[in-house]
Design a protein. Sequence first.
Length: 80
Amino acid sequence: MVCPDCGADIYRSRSRNFRESFIKRVTPLKHYRCPDCGWRGLAAPAKLTPSGINHKTVFIWIAGVLLAIAIGMFGSVIIR
């Protein structure tokens, strides 16, 4: 992969905090860094294919939707 700013080769960068770790786990985006210009940002891995579905990500999204539905139903019972 190449840097969007200077065109140099970029490499993967470690997550710095919880937000970056969360983004890395639930999206196909990963953090990259350019050693030449210092650019750091999100990009999709070069080998991302439709057949490479991350089952962990799908499970997290489904669990989140079910949790939101359960909270909505439970919240409406308490309000009444």
